[in-house]
Design a protein around this ligand. Structure first.
Ligand code: GLU
Length: 588
């Protein structure tokens, strides 16, 4: 979370360049933002809310900026980044959590240092000040201070002389190089500066970079030794980031579901088979993710169990601590992630890697840490996902997982055939304007609920979880996904007239179990909105979805995401940027 951006070059005004970068990074946090530029002195402007306009910054060739998702300290302009050093000789922006910030603060306070914000970040600023007071130059002071931090942190520092120093240990940082002029960009992701960048470097954990008079140098933080960083070609220059004809990015991205499913069918078959072999040989297979990607990981584990005959275990990133000691050298970990930077998942993967386990990842953002850690790195090639709520990437993650499972089964071509059909089924739904209005009507109706229950089983269980997540995230309505068979064990107590239940039913071998649960709900007076290939007795309201056989779940998720979208729209919520959340969760 939090986006960091920096610009140095003569082509544009730094304030404008940084502002544009922050606008493209604000999916990472949008409670407050700030920009600092150097023009003789440092000038900083900070505001609460989503990235807006700057009014008081002078024209300057060098600047840094930040868009915040607060972890420590209230959402105020004072707590927004960048933060000044006491003597105003440098400013600093930070992504991450300095876990030992309080201890550092206590020591520094006892030495006379004064603090004026509530952030953990300020401890880093003051620590660098202390190092500088010992006559260390800026980059040495940053290096020395950074080594003392615990937690996952990335910082960028700009000094009055125009020098920039950035250091990474956890959260992402790329350095982009413009083509004709000597423009240099620093950013949390490559998409934010892609239109202006010819080549880029991805900083690794434990590396830092300095910019001085047009020259970028990369160093190892521990040793201070210079590193030859490999420049990668930016292939995203022409990737467009606009809503097109759609009212929101979310709607546009849901409409890209057929495209993203097609993309996974185009991946090299040898890569799928390579991973399938590793999975077959592994004593244990763990699928791990957080939030929406957690539901995707669980769906991938489901596919591996059902089609691959592999007893795969699903893990939630933040809840994997009890598995840490169980991960062995021959195990395989499979991680689907939009950003490839999810902190709690990365922590488990890094540990697994140390133990010698094999890592496979499926990521959308190029240059991510997860990709770099992976023995089997797969890319979604789904194009940027701008809405903070993930929709198309969830679809691509589960479609990919289905193909991995089919490869384990030895039936990859069949899987690809089925997925192509799935893509065309989804396409038909999305092109049907009457169908879209029908969902919008249901969304409006359901947006009046305070609570919504979702029922599903087997292939649909993680799909109702994804529906639940989207309704909570986008509509701010309390939703509760229940395994259909588990209903009678607890949530049945809540079933009464006025209660709304959504049921996903497929023509599979657990259909009758889901129908039983629906009848149990109806018997207690609650109403059921059935989403199924045909209308069943027990449905109060009904929405059709085509039967996709093995891949029904991949079709079913689309109307559920659309329903959540329609609910958010009906409630006038900020669809693409729901309150309090951020897209790339790089803090724990
Ligand atoms: N911990 C810092 C703050 O709260 C940075 C937050 C982040 O990276 O999400 O300001």
């Amino acid at each position: 979370m939090c986006g960091i951006f920096g610009y140095a070059g003569s082509k544009r005004s730094a304030a404008d360049a940084v502002l544009e970068g922050l606008q493209r990074l604000d999916y990472r946090g949008y409670d407050s933002w700030g920009i600092g530029v150097v023009e003789r002195n440092l000038h900083v402007e900070k505001k609460v809310g989503t990235v807006g306009r700057t009014t008081a910054l002078p024209k300057s060739p060098i600047g840094i900026g930040h868009t915040r998702w607060a972890t420590h300290g209230a959402v105020t302009a004072t707590n927004a980044h960048p933060h000044y050093s006491s003597d105003r000789s440098f400013i600093l922006a930070h992504n991450g959590i300095a876990e030992n910030a309080d201890a550092i603060k206590t020591t520094l306070q006892s030495e006379g240092y004064r603090f004026s914000t509530q952030t953990d970040t300020e401890s880093i600023v003051r620590l660098i000040e202390k190092k500088r007071s010992k006559k260390l130059d800026l980059s040495e002071a940053v290096r020395s201070a950074f080594k003392e931090l615990t937690g996952r942190n990335t910082i960028i520092v700009l000094a009055t002389d125009g020098d920039i120093v950035a250091a990474r240990n956890g959260s992402p940082l790329v350095i982009g190089f413009g083509s004709k002029s000597s423009e240099v960009y620093f950013s949390s992701d490559i998409f934010s500066c892609a239109p202006h960048v010819e080549e880029y470097i991805v900083l690794d954990n434990g590396q830092m970079a300095t910019y001085r008079k047009g020259i970028v140098s990369v160093f190892d933080i521990q040793t201070g030794k210079k590193i030859r960083a490999v420049r990668e070609k930016n292939l995203l220059r022409d990737v467009s980031v606009n809503k097109g004809k759609y009212a929101h990015f979310m709607l546009k991205e849901i409409h890209e579901a057929p495209f993203v499913v097609q993309q996974v069918t185009k991946e090299n078959a040898r890569k799928y088979r390579g991973l399938a072999l590793a999975v077959k040989r592994a004593p244990r297979v763990y699928c791990i993710g957080s939030g929406t990607a957690g539901a995707a990981a669980a769906q991938i584990a489901y596919y591996l169990r059902v089609y691959g005959n592999i007893p795969a275990t699903a893990l939630i990133g933040a809840e994997a601590t009890d598995y840490r000691n169980l991960i062995g050298p021959k195990d395989v970990l499979i991680a689907p992630s939009q950003s490839g930077e999810t902190a709690d998942v990365l922590e488990v993967l890094e540990l697994a890697k140390k133990r010698g386990a094999t890592i496979a990842s499926f990521v959308n953002m190029p240059g991510s840490m997860m990709t770099r850690l992976s023995d089997y790195p797969f890319m979604a090639h789904a194009g940027p996902e701008i809405c903070v709520m993930s929709t198309k990437i969830f679809v691509s993650q589960i479609a990919w997982g289905y193909l991995v499972a089919k490869a384990v089964q030895g039936a990859l071509p069949e899987g690809i055939r089925r997925l192509k059909k799935t893509a065309s089924h989804i396409n038909v739904l999305l092109s049907d304007t009457a169908y879209m209005s029908e969902i919008a009507r249901h969304g409006k109706r359901m947006s009046r609920n305070k609570h919504i229950f979702l029922l599903g089983k087997a292939q649909n269980l993680q799909i109702i979880k994804e529906g639940m997540v989207k309704m909570i995230e986008g509509a701010y309505i309390h939703a509760h996904a229940i395994a259909a068979g588990d209903l009678k064990h607890y949530a049945i107590t809540l079933m009464e007239p006025g209660v709304s239940v959504i049921a996903l039913v497929s023509d599979d071998d657990v259909k009758s179990d889901t129908l039983n649960a629906i009848h149990e709900v109806r018997a207690r007076g609650a109403e059921v909105f059935g989403i199924a290939p045909q209308k069943e007795k027990g449905f109060t309201h009904y929405l059709h979805v085509p039967d996709g056989g093995e891949t029904s779940a991949i079709i079913n998720v689309v109307p559920l995401q659309l329903l959540a979208y329609s609910m958010a729209v009906a409630l006038n919520n900020n669809v693409d940027k729901p309150r309090n959340i951020a897209k790339s969760v790089t803090v724990k």
